[in-house]
Structure formats: structure tokens, C-alpha cells
Design a protein around this ligand. Structure first.
Ligand code: CP
Length: 305
């Protein structure tokens, strides 16, 4: 069964190439209104215990475009029998009765793994706490390849909350498998990435630096920013103290050809004035999510051919 749980499971570059080729093919087909109904007769469940705009809606759109039906639970903590005390494991076994795959988002790290252990259908991790968001990382990677035509020898800035950002965590793991990549984590010291992530990406050969200002923007190929993750702070005072510490503004991007990405939602990390610059690629990135997730649904359901 093709569960999608972590960015690391896509270290096989042939598999990545296959997924990206299928995403590009589906984008073209979609523009011609000719998407093949490869998932006709299938049902995809989206089970979300945390809020989402992009992940839930793009997976649902992806499923529908491919001919599948969708059953969906938003705010699952309050609207499923979780309220009555049903375990995640039992909930997943129930969803198995009604759907051919489940996209799961949950505030606790490790939940997708737990679900996969009991699930008789593929589990797709739509974000598990501060741990991983692999489908986001895959379309981030796809977007970088589309824009820069390479995934190696890149200087990548990650900001501004690498401690809590699951998207930074998943993307750094994936980019680290390509040679010559250098990561510069920009954040206050208290929000630097966890030691386990640094150990893993350095062991793959990535070079790691840290910064506490935006000077490195001048040398970056990719500037990957993510909001401070308010919901993961133990001390809300620390979030408020740091949330506006770093804001990317047009003046930082003078003479820069770097592409600016953000998994969104944006709060303070990118001034809206940046949207008008050619560097700003975050809305294109979000659109790519639809096509990469179409390809990933095919992968999960063993229809990637
Ligand atoms: N990037 C992302 O996961 O967005 P949502 O939280 O809106 O799904």
C-alpha cells in the first residue's frame, strides 16, 4: 500500500521524476479540460482535525477532477465521534469502510504513522503537528524545479520559524538528497530547527548555516518563508514578541533573482507589496499543489503507471 507519510520516502529520484511528469501531464490535460477519469468509482476521504484552506480543498478538487467522489470532515475534533471518545485508530477503521484512501490532518506529530498502522487503505499525511507535511514539500520541490530547472547546488533560505514549521522540515529533508545544496535558517535563536533535523540533513550532505537578519537574501536562489506557527508555541508571548521580527519587503529583493515561496497562509512574513514582484511565486506554488496532489492520489491508489 502506498501510504504518504514523510518527505523522506520520496528519496528515490525515479519516483520523484514519475510524479512530477504526471503532474505536468495532468496540468496540461486540465487546461484542455481533458483530465482522464482515472479514479472513477473511487472515494477519497478528507479527515481534518486542524483548519486548512489549501490542503483540503486542493485534494478534494484533485480527486473530483480525476473522477473520484469525496467525503469530507472538517473540524473533526468537534464534529466526529472523537467528541464521544472514539480513538483515532477506530475512526480510521470506520473511514476504511467508506473510502479508498484518506487524507488526514491532525495537530499531533506521528498521527499519520499511527493511522497507517491500522488502515487497510492508503493514508496521506496532510500535516501532522510540527512533524511533516510531505505533499506540500513535494509540490514545493516541483515548483523549484519548474522555476529554476534544477534541484541541486541551491542556496535556500528557510525562515522564519524552522523550529515549528512542518513544511520547512519536510522540504529540507527532500532537498537534502540533492547534491550541493546549502540551507540558511533565518530566525531568532529560540526558533532554530531541531537537532534531529539538522543531523539528518547534514548526514545527507547539505550544508547548514544560520542567520538572524535578511542579509543572506542577496545570495539566495530560493527564499522559502513560512508564518510563525502560533498554534505550536507553548508561550503565546514568545509568538507575539517574534511574529514581526522578520518581514520580507521589496527593498530586500532589489537586484535579486531569487524565487520567493511560501506554503501559505501568510500572516506577517511577506509584505503584500512583494506580490507584485517577479520573484513572488507563492500563488503559482499553491496552484501546483493541485496537480502534484492529483499525481499523488494516483500514486497512493497504485494508478501512477
Ligand atoms: N499550506 C497549507 O498546508 O495550507 P493550509 O493549512 O491552508 O492547508
Amino acid at each position: 500500500m502506498n501510504h504518504i507519510l514523510s518527505g523522506s520516502q520520496f528519496a528515490d529520484k525515479n519516483l520523484l521524476d514519475k510524479i512530477f511528469a504526471k503532474a505536468a501531464e495532468l496540468e496540461k490535460a486540465d487546461k484542455n479540460h481533458q483530465v482522464p477519469k482515472l479514479l472513477a468509482g473511487k472515494i477519497i476521504a478528507t479527515l481534518f482535525y486542524e483548519p486548512s484552506t489549501r490542503t483540503r480543498l486542493s485534494f478534494e478538487s484533485a480527486a473530483i477532477k480525476l473522477g473520484a467522489g469525496v467525503i469530507s470532515v472538517e473540524n473533526a475534533k468537534a464534529s466526529t465521534s472523537d467528541v464521544k471518545g472514539e480513538s483515532l485508530e477506530d475512526t480510521i477503521k470506520m473511514v476504511n469502510c467508506y473510502a479508498d484512501a484518506v487524507v488526514l490532518r491532525h495537530p499531533e506529530a506521528g498521527t499519520a504513522e499511527r493511522a497507517a498502522k491500522v488502515s487497510s487503505t492508503p493514508v496521506i499525511n496532510g500535516g501532522d503537528g510540527g512533524n511533516e507535511h510531505p505533499t506540500q514539500a513535494l509540490y514545493d520541490l516541483y515548483t523549484i524545479k519548474q522555476l529554476l530547472d534544477r534541484l541541486d547546488n541551491l542556496k535556500v533560505i528557510f525562515g522564519f520559524d524552522p523550529k515549528h514549521s512542518r513544511t520547512i522540515r519536510s522540504l529540507a529533508k527532500l532537498l537534502a538528497i540533492f547534491p550541493g545544496n546549502q540551507f540558511i535558517f533565518i530566525s531568532p535563536k529560540s526558533l532554530r530547527p531541531s537537532a534531529d533535523l539538522i543531523k539528518e540533513i547534514e548526514s545527507l550532505g547539505a550544508k547548514v548555516d544560520y542567520g538572524e537578519n535578511l542579509d543572506a537574501v542577496k545570495v539566495a536562489d530560493v527564499i522559502y518563508l513560512n508564518r510563525l506557527q502560533q498554534e505550536r508555541f507553548e508561550d503565546i508571548g514568545e509568538f507575539e514578541k517574534n511574529r514581526k521580527l522578520f518581514i520580507l519587503k521589496p527593498e530586500h529583493l532589489k537586484n535579486s533573482k531569487a524565487v520567493v515561496l511560501d506554503p501559505l497562509p501568510r500572516i506577517d512574513e511577506i509584505d503584500v507589496a512583494v506580490d507584485a514582484l517577479p520573484n513572488a511565486k507563492y500563488f503559482q506554488q499553491a496552484k501546483n499543489g493541485l496537480y502534484v496532489r492529483m499525481a499523488l492520489l494516483l500514486y497512493a491508489l497504485s494508478k501512477l503507471d
